[in-house]
Design a protein around this ligand. Sequence first.
Ligand SMILES: Cc1cc2nc3c(=O)[nH]c(=O)nc-3n(C[C@H](O)[C@H](O)[C@H](O)COP(=O)(O)OP(=O)(O)OC[C@H]3O[C@@H](n4cnc5c(N)ncnc54)[C@H](O)[C@@H]3O)c2cc1C
Length: 523
Amino acid sequence: MRTIHTDCLVLGAGLAGSAYALQAARAGLKVEILSLGAPLQANSDWAQGGIIYDTSPDPAQLARDILEASDGAANPAAIEQLVREGPAAVKELLLDELHVGFDRNAAGDLHFTREGGHAERRIIHTKDATGHAILAAVAQKVDATADITRRSGFVAVDLLTLSHNSVDAHDRYEPLTCFGCYALDTATDEVVAFVARKTVLATGGLGGIFQHTTNQPGSVGHGVAMAYRVGARLIDLEYVQFHPTVFFKKGAQHFLITEALRGEGAVLVDARGRRFMDGVHPLGSLAPRDIVARAIQHHLAETGDACVYLDLSALKSEFIRDRFPGIYERCLSHGVDITREPIPVVPAAHFSCGGVHTDLTGRTNVRHLNAIGETACTGLHGANRLASTSLLECLVSGKVTAQADVAELSANVRITNIRLPEPREWQSPMRTADPLLIRQDLQQVRQTMWNYAGIIRSGRRLTRARRILLELREDIQAFYRDCRPTRELIELRNGVQTALLVVHAAALNPISRGCHFVAPENE
Ligand SMILES: Cc1cc2nc3c(=O)[nH]c(=O)nc-3n(C[C@H](O)[C@H](O)[C@H](O)COP(=O)(O)OP(=O)(O)OC[C@H]3O[C@@H](n4cnc5c(N)ncnc54)[C@H](O)[C@@H]3O)c2cc1C
C-alpha cells in the first residue's frame, strides 16, 4: 500500500479547504488537499448571491440578523467570531491578495447588495456567479503554492485512528486520535494511506441525500459519515435548509432559481395557472423561504403534480435577459425560454446548518481531527442560515483553524513529536460492484429522505424513513464489505449513513424551529 506523509491533510477543496491550505502552507506546513473531482467541482463554485463584507455602520446589526435568521438558536460566540473576523478575512485574501473581480460602480467602489433577512446592504458579489469568481482565484493560488499538493479524484474512504488502524496493537489504549485517512485514487483504483499530523474535514454539505437538491453531485455528507464512524460528536443535523425554487426537468441537473426573480415580480403558480401562494401568506410568492418551500411541497403532495411554475409574464423580455442572463441561458439550454414561458420549479435541499461539532478553532472531540466550512457546526447558523453567511464562514473557519494548527505544530514539542504510526494495510475484495444496484440504492435513499424526512416531517414519517434506511444500510454494508471500493460505492455507503443520522436527529427533536418542521401527527 502506498503511504503518503504530510503535516496537514485536507479532505475537500472547496472554499473552506482551500482557505485552510493556503494559510497553513504560508506558515511552512506541508499540505495535501484531496477532492472527489476537478478542483472547481464544489458547491463553493456555484454560490450565486455573494459574500458578506461590509459590516458598517453597526456590526452588531449583522449579529442580530444572523441570530434572528437562526430562529434564536445560533451560538452567540460563533456569531461574534464571524462578525469580528469576517471582513478582515475577505479583505486580506480576496480583495488585497487575489483581487477577485467583484462588481464595482463607475467610481470603482464595490457594489453592495442585500438579500432576505439582511437589514443592510453588506454583500459583495460578481454578477450571479460569485462563488465561481472566488473559488477560481483561490484554486489558482493553491496550485501556485509550492507546499500544497493537490490530488483531484482522491476519495477519502475512512479516517485513520490509533485505536483502529495502527499496526501497533498497543495504540488502541491511546485516547481517540486521528492520524490521516485511507483514500481511493480513482485514476488507478488503488487505496492509498495518508498519514498526517492534522486531518481536516472540509467535505461540504449533504444535500445529495435528498431527491431534489441544489448541491453538486457527491454532496452526501462524506465528512459527517466518516466522523461518525470514528466517534466524533455531531450536532444540529435536523436543520437542513431547503431552497424553494430550483429548475425542474426530468433528466436535467437541478440548478437554483434565485429569489430575486420573485423580488422583481415573478409569481408562483400551479400546473393550472392558479396562484396558490395567495391564500397561504400575506406576502404571497414573496413569503419567507421556509414557508414557500413548505407550501409548494404541500401543494405537490395534494395534487400529485411533479412541479410548480414561476410565472414571469409581469416582467419584460429585455429586462429578464439583462437582469438574469445566467438563468435565462441555462433554462434555454434545457429548452425553456423564460421570456415566453414559466419556469418549472421544485423546492430542494440546499444547506446543512448542522454537522461535525467543533469549537471556534475547528477542533472536534477527536484529537488532531478538525472540521471546517459546511461540514462543521460551531452553532453559527442555529436552526436556520442567513443568506450569504456560508462563504464567509468557509473563509473564517479555514483561516482560524489553520492558524491554530500552525501555532500548535510549531510551538508544542509534545505534539510536534507525536509518533505517527504505520497504518494497517488496506484489504480490498476483488469483486466489482454492480453500478446498477448502487444507483438504485442511492435513488432509494434520496427518495426516502425527500418523502419522509424532507421539508415536512412527522414522527410517523421519520419512523418509516428509519426502517427503510436501516434495512438499506445493512444491505449496503454487506455489499461494501464484498466489493472493491469505487467512488459511487463510497458515496452510497456514506450517503445512507448520513441519511440515518439526519433522520435520527430529526426524530429526537419534536419541536418545529427554523428549517426543521414537524407536522402534527395526523398529517
Ligand atoms: C447553488 C448554491 C448557491 C449558494 N449560494 C451561496 C451564496 O450566494 N453565498 C453563500 O455564502 N453561500 C452560498 N451557498 C452555500 C455555500 O456555497 C456552501 O455552503 C459553501 O461553498 C461550502 O463550502 P465548503 O468548502 O464547505 O464545501 P464545498 O465547496 O462543497 O467543497 C467540498 C469539497 O469536498 C470534496 N469532498 C467531498 N467528499 C470528499 C471525500 N470523501 N474525499 C475527498 N474529497 C471530498 C469535494 O470534492 C469538494 O472539493 C450556496 C450553495 C449552493 C449549492
